[in-house]
Each structure stands twice: as structure tokens, then as C-alpha cells.
Write a new protein. Structure first.
Lengths: 338, 338
């Protein structure tokens, strides 16, 4: 990505092992993320980035210090790399790894490609069994969108008997619905206005859909919750209006759990928004590596199908148009088969 | 209080029963709160308020619907009144009671007085045994400052093994230290620069004191926590610099628990402050009513002495000077014996 709206497919040198902890992976399945649309909408020129932070693939080579992987292993990569051994990784907060970082940062390679160098491979990559190709889309959601929706629900304290409001009907919002279902929520109100998406949300377990936004949407959610508001709000957008909607619909004593990357730094937190009602604000970049072990068996046995969020498939050449289609809300999430 | 700096002692009509759920209380012990200093510093003229929201007293009369109290009962009042029966009260969030409210709001009476009308008396007042007068200061802290410090610690998830930083060496900050001690914190770093106060903080269990503020203070706390930051930050001030200090010293994945009434509405919550490190922001007006049953036995058996935060005693006539002394940081907390 060279700048907003300018995505190009280019030939670059093949990745090589740079550190003894690296692995090289041939990418079999990748995709475009809703969060890729933020730079697609606003990136200034001058610092092109190699995009993509979700991929499945096959290990082709490993550095001399890699002990848990070998060529031929099928793997899934979380959207952040991490050593797996520091204090934060051991606590399951891999996105705060003291040696870790994010794909598509300066100097890093991206997942929307044929191959990639994976730093800290032992800590980063999770091995997968060889499976039917039909499972690939669902497995790929473990990289980011499913683990991110699940993180929102876990951090938000979703549990049996809880009323949950999900703000946003993108892939993460829909998989936050699925996650709330898995964690036993009693009522799940999905706030979104794209019918094809909210229909999938109902399939994932949403009990109510609120298409209204702003004050009208807030009033609707309050009406659906005996005037009290939702115990847990899962905010899966990252824009300021979504934040404002969240503290509008949360119940006193409840929790707003954010996983949409905030496109703002300051926001209301005082008496009138969070403090007065003892509202908790939580969330952050999801340590999706931590959730793979929990979620993988449910994907493998077919009891859930998070891969349904993909509604278009392209080859590498189709990536620029995939960005456009997602930005235009023509596609929900675009799968890439390099 | 007529306006900033203008506190007057006036004769007003004796309180009377207005609702069948009211009780009348003769106040035996009251005090001035750190939060009273916010209006004392900035209140515009035109809407005088009857101040004071912490008191011990003796019931003198009850309305016809009051069943749990009778004349002669010794009681302590939390800083908010509440029905004790709504969904929020039953969950222990009395400050969100659907019928409740706060003392010294328009139309309400204040605790810095000889007597007071207590709405929703059955839900609001907690009965006390008759005790030695020497216990009164410690019992009075159950109204607000001790319960508030305890709320901060409970909401923040203080537990054995946790490192806690307390921002603010006022009465609430010091009792947040005591609360963190009761909940088994391993390390308690008190951020404050008044030596007499931080000395009391050490007596309450602080293991470290950091007098530096701003970036220097943040660096000092990080140094004391192996560079990681504190698991839990208890923010007991309410000013923006205290908020900024809090996200500066919190550990990734940690929690900032605020009980200082925010004197700001907007503050940083984005990637650089809370989101990036998965930091949780929690807290609010403490439902001190909920904590009286837990904390009272420890006060009665003398194992803790939270009343040590009082370092001056005045009669009603001395209240205006008591405000001045607290505002000038000459007194930590002023006890009032009407």
C-alpha cells in the first residue's frame, strides 16, 4: 500500500532467514482485514507498507534456534508475533510481548503475499493438523477476527445470564456475536444496519438486531433491556461514534470491551459517560495466539463455522479490488488465495 | 456553601418527616470530605448547598413505612441514599439505585449539621452497636473514605501477588492503601508528596513511597516494578494529571480503578494510553453501603484504625475554618462534632 486507495501487487525478493528464530512460510490462504481499511482510507504517501496480518501456510524453512517447527508443518499465524516466553506471553497477553510486534510495521513483511518471514517462529506460529481445504476460511479466522471477537467477549466478562450488545456488523462484530454465544450470553443485541450481515449475526446467535444508530439506537437497546442497558458492550468498530454508542447502551456497573482499533485518542470518561455509572472500559489488541488452543477444536469438529464471514475470494491480483470492495461495503471480508 | 470559599453556619428549621420512608437522625459525628473541596474551590454563586455527606448519629423519629429502624438506634449513613431493594442495590451497586441520590443535591439536606432527614431510611442507614466514643472516627470512615478506598481496590482486582500503585495521599488514597493491604497486595506504592500523610500510608501498609510527580514519578514507579508497571492503579484524586499519571504507571493488561471524582470529562483512552496495552479503566462512585458489613467487624475489633486519617476536630462553628485548613493542606481531614 503506497497511500490511501493505492494498493499494488509487486514482485519482491523471496524472504530469507535473517534470525535463527525465524521461519519461512509459503502462504496458502490470506485475507484483507477491516482494520486494513483505516490506512486504505487515510494513509499518507511516502511510507509504503507490505500489508496483511492474517495467514495460513506451510513452513518451508526454519532458523537454527527453532525447535518446535519444521518444513512441511501446516501453521496459522496470529496478527502479532511474540516470543511465547516473556512475562506477558505467559499470562496470555501476547500483544504486549516484550520482543514482539505487528506485521506490516516498517521493516516487516505482510501476509497478503506468496511467502513471508516469520520472526520468533516458535512463539508465534500455531501448528495445525492437515485438514480439508474447506476448513481453511474458518481456520484463517483464528489469525485475527475470531480471536479478536473472542477477546472482546472474554475481557468483557460475557457469561450465562448476561445481556450483550455488539456494536458493529463487520467480521469482528459478527464473530463477537458468535463468541458471546459460545460463552453462554442470554441476550445478544447486534447493532448494525447491513441486513445480509446482521442475518449472519442471527445465525451466529444474535437474539435482536438494532439497525438504528446514535440516540435512536441507544433508546432501542435500552428498550430491549428493561431500560437498564447491556451488561456487556462489545465495541468492534474503532470510530468515535461507536464509542459514544457504547457508553450510551451500557448498564450501570457494566463493561465496554473494545477491540476495534480506536481512531481517536481522547474520548469521554468522566461522570456523565463512564464514572457516574461505575462502567468499566476494557479491551485492546487481541492476543489471538492465546485463544487458538481454545477455539481450534470447535473449528475442526465443524460445530462452528466462523469462516462464513468471508463472502468473496480473490487471487493476489485481485487484492487491490478486494480493498475497494470492502471499502465500498460490497464485500464483508475478502479471502486471498495466493 | 454559598459559593467558592464562602461557607456559613446558619440556623435552619429542624428537619421533619416528609415521606413515610424517611427517618430523622441527630448527628453525633460528621466531617469534611476531600470532594467538598471541589465546590469550595470553584462553586459559582446563586445555588447555595447544604454540605456534608458523611455522618454517624442516633435515630430520633421514623416514618410509618420504616420497619428496620427505631428511635434510639445508632446508625452510620453512606454518602448516597438508596432503597436497598432495586436491581442495582441487590447487586451491591447502591450508587446506581433507581430511587436513590446524593446528599447535598438541590433539595437535600447535608451532614455538616445537627440533624438531618434521611430518605429511604431502611435501605440507606446501617445500624451500629453502641460503642466507645473513641471508635467514632473510624466508624465514620465507613460513610465514604474507607468504603471508597475499598471500592477502588475491589474493582481494581487487588489480590495476593499484585503490585498496586496508589495515586494521591489524601484520606481516600491512604485508605486505598489500607484496603490493598487487607486484600493481600504484595507491593503497594503510594504516590504522594506530603510526608506526614505518606508516613500514615506506610503505617497502613505502603511498601514504597514515590514523591515525584509527572514523568519523573512514572519513571520511579516503573523502576520499582521491574520496568513493567503496576498491576493495579488506584486513582484517588480526580484531577487530569492524576489520570495521566495512572496510565503512565499501569502494567500492560493491568487496571486503573478510579474513585476520585473526575474533574474532566474527556481524557486519553486510545492506542497510546489504554488500548495498546489492554489496560482496563474502572471505578466510579463507591457503593459504600455495600461494604459496611465487610469492614465494620474489623473496625469494631480494633484490628484496623482507618479513623487515623482525621487530624483535626471542630464544632459546627469551626466548619468554615475546617474547609480552609483542608484546602490549604494544613489538615488532612477534619472531624466535625455538632
Amino acid at each position: 500500500m503506497y497511500s490511501a486507495g493505492d494498493v499494488r501487487v509487486e514482485d519482491v525478493p523471496d524472504p530469507v532467514i535473517q534470525q535463527p528464530t525465524d521461519a519461512l512460510v509459503r502462504i496458502t490462504t490470506s485475507c484483507i482485514c477491516g482494520s486494513d481499511l483505516w490506512p486504505y482510507g487515510s494513509m499518507p504517501a511516502g511510507n509504503p507498507a507490505r500489508m496483511g496480518h492474517e495467514f495460513l501456510g506451510v513452513v518451508t524453512d526454519v532458523g537454527s534456534d527453532v525447535s518446535g517447527l519444521q518444513a512441511g508443518d501446516h501453521v496459522v499465524a496470529p496478527f502479532a508475533y511474540s516470543d511465547g516466553t516473556c512475562a506477558f506471553c505467559r499470562e496470555g497477553l501476547h500483544t504486549s510481548c516484550v520482543h514482539g510486534g505487528f506485521w506490516d510495521e516498517p521493516g516487516q513483511q505482510g501476509g497478503q503475499a506468496e511467502a513471508i518471514r516469520v520472526p520468533l517462529a516458535d512463539g508465534t506460529l500455531a501448528k495445525l493438523p492437515e485438514t480439508d481445504a474447506a476448513l481453511a476460511p474458518s481456520l484463517l479466522t483464528l489469525s485475527d477476527v475470531f480471536g479478536t471477537g473472542y477477546h472482546a467477549a472474554v475481557r468483557g466478562g460475557v457469561a450465562p445470564g448476561r445481556t450483550v450488545a455488539v456494536v458493529g456488523d463487520g467480521a469482528v462484530g459478527l464473530l463477537a456475536v458468535l463468541s458471546a454465544t459460545l460463552l453462554g450470553a442470554e441476550q445478544i443485541i447486534l447493532m448494525g444496519r447491513h441486513k445480509d450481515r446482521t442475518d449472519l449475526g442471527r445465525e451466529f446467535g444474535a437474539t435482536d438486531v438494532v439497525a438504528e444508530r446514535g440516540e435512536e439506537g441507544v433508546a432501542k437497546v435500552r428498550e430491549l433491556t428493561r431500560g437498564e442497558g447491556a451488561h456487556v458492550v462489545l465495541e468492534a468498530v474503532g470510530a468515535r461514534p461507536a464509542y459514544d454508542q457504547s457508553y450510551g447502551v451500557v448498564r450501570p456497573g457494566g463493561t465496554i470491551s473494545r477491540v476495534g482499533v480506536p481512531q481517536y485518542e481522547e474520548a469521554p470518561v468522566g461522570f456523565a459517560s463512564l464514572f457516574g455509572g461505575n462502567v468499566t472500559l476494557t479491551g485492546g489488541p487481541a492476543p489471538t495466539r492465546a485463544y487458538i488452543d481454545t477455539l481450534l477444536p470447535k473449528v475442526l469438529d465443524g460445530s462452528i463455522e466462523p469462516g462464513k464471514v468471508f463472502d468473496r475470494t480473490v487471487g493476489l491480483d485481485g487484492v487491490p479490488d478486494g480493498y475497494r470492495a470492502m471499502a465500498d461495503r460490497e464485500a464483508l471480508k475478502v479471502l486471498v488465495r495466493p
